[in-house]
Design a protein around this ligand. Structure first.
Ligand SMILES: [Zn+2]
Length: 72
């Protein structure tokens, strides 16, 4: 009983740790390169973003432009 609970608890902790590592590790390694590789955003709706350069804004349907050009 207790052993099973410990295993489940440790499994849950390991899963959470792995998830955190996966997301934070992925972000920290991607950020330097992905800050240059463009994130695309709608000029009218900058919160609509995509990494797909062919994507359209889901609100107005405009073609997304590089996010760097939207903000500055
Ligand atoms: Zn839009």
């Amino acid at each position: 009983m207790d052993t099973a609970q410990i295993i489940v608890t440790l499994g849950g902790i390991a899963l959470i740790a792995f998830t955190l590592w996966f997301f934070f590790g992925k972000k920290s390694t991607n950020q330097p390169s992905s800050s240059k590789s463009a994130l695309y955003a709608c000029p009218m709706h900058p919160w609509i973003t995509s990494s797909d350069p062919t994507a359209d804004c889901s609100i107005c349907g405009m073609k997304l432009v590089q996010a760097d050009e939207v903000g500055k």
